[in-house]
Design a protein around this ligand. Structure first.
Ligand code: FAQ
Length: 311
């Protein structure tokens, strides 16, 4: 019966074993995974744009080669994640439609503009840093294909974070104007990076169920705190400050206290009213349309190859 299946499913999850594509799973579990993994995949693909904006203006061949490799990695992450979503019975073409029609979300962070080359460093340091904080626990997610995809993604994100930090270290040992450029960029990206972890726990409708299913391993606020604690000493090494007057060490908790992100701004961005929301989707839509001939040619070739093989 369904009750037996549910019980078995929950036992597998609670024993920290993996659910695989052909195993029985509750509808809600499947839906939640499709939602989260598809949003994650869309984020990786849309996330190529902010940094891609600087590819043609990288200040040296070395910086350009690093940036190109990083942006290509994000494309790869999107593809692994679309494949993981397909194991749940949805089609990648349908997911792409959902993204470009605005029916599925992608991370709020990619709706902010990249105004200077320091943003490339700060995105690597803070945005990839936040992504790692959120994604390392997802390597132990209960759904096999998602957890396994995360292992490789996290290794690549670690390289991304290091390249960002190294870029910023270089700029911070440069001219006064370069140091100011880094600080200005940190000021713009700090709060949006904290918002990447999602709404506060008491306003996070999906957390409790996702934790019970061991899709998520920690709450949004737990991971946000971990990110703040990790970032403050790194900022000190760099010689930059975060734009938060309430940020201070709390010896009792053994953690940093910090201010409240602007959750109204977050809600607006998630609703599609971010500074670059329209542009991001417009670019994604036109890339999809411009790629139509490739899909048509690949489909025609596959059909012909199948006939040739049958003959
Ligand atoms: N932006 O109930 P919760 C990257 C939505 S890293 C937009 O707490 P949940 C790497 C949420 O979907 C970025 N929407 O939801 C990179 C839900 O709406 P729904 C991608 C957000 O799922 C770096 C509603 O709010 N990483 O791409 C956001 O339990 C550099 C209520 O929220 C991932 O996706 C947000 N920030 O927890 C690439 C990680 N936060 O769907 C290029 C995997 C929440 O009910 C360059 N995902 N919402 O309509 C997760 O860990 C989770 O989905 C959370 C949200 C933690 C993001």
């Amino acid at each position: 019966t369904i009750d037996d299946l549910e019980r078995q499913f929950q036992q597998i999850v609670e024993a920290d074993q993996r659910i695989e594509p052909r195993d029985w799973m509750p509808d809600g579990y499947r839906k939640t995974l499709i939602r989260q993994i598809a949003q994650h995949a869309h984020s990786e693909i849309i996330g190529m744009q902010p940094e891609g904006n600087w590819l043609t203006r990288a200040p040296s061949l070395r910086r350009k080669a690093i940036l190109m490799a990083k942006v290509q990695d994000e494309a790869g992450h999107g593809l692994y994640l679309y494949s993981a979503t397909e194991t749940l019975g949805v089609d990648r073409a349908e997911l792409t439609e959902n993204l470009i029609e605005g029916r599925q979300k992608y991370s709020s962070i990619f709706n902010y503009p990249t105004l200077s080359f320091a943003d490339v460093g700060v995105i690597g340091w803070l945005v990839d840093g936040a992504a790692i904080c959120n994604q390392v626990p997802l390597c132990r997610s209960s759904y096999g294909p998602y957890g396994r995809a995360m292992i490789r993604v996290c290794k690549e994100e670690s390289f991304h974070q290091r390249q960002g930090f190294e870029l910023l270290m270089t700029m911070m040992s440069g001219t006064q104007a370069q140091r100011e450029m880094v600080q200005e960029s940190v000021n713009r990206w700090w709060w949006p990076s904290l918002m990447m972890f999602g709404p506060p726990d008491d306003r996070s409708p999906n957390s409790a169920q996702s934790m019970a299913w061991r899709i998520k391993r920690h709450t949004n606020d737990e991971l946000r705190q971990r990110f703040v604690d990790m970032s403050v000493p790194q900022a000190e090494i760099l010689g930059v400050t975060f734009p938060d007057p309430d940020l201070r060490w709390n010896a009792e908790r053994g953690s940093y206290d910090f201010g409240e992100p602007d959750w109204d701004e977050f809600m607006q961005v998630v609703k599609g009213n971010g500074a670059t929301s329209v542009e991001r989707l417009k670019n994604r839509r036109s890339a999809h349309e411009n790629g139509a001939w490739v899909r048509a040619a690949a489909t025609a070739f596959a059909a012909r190859a199948a006939t040739a093989f049958a003959a």
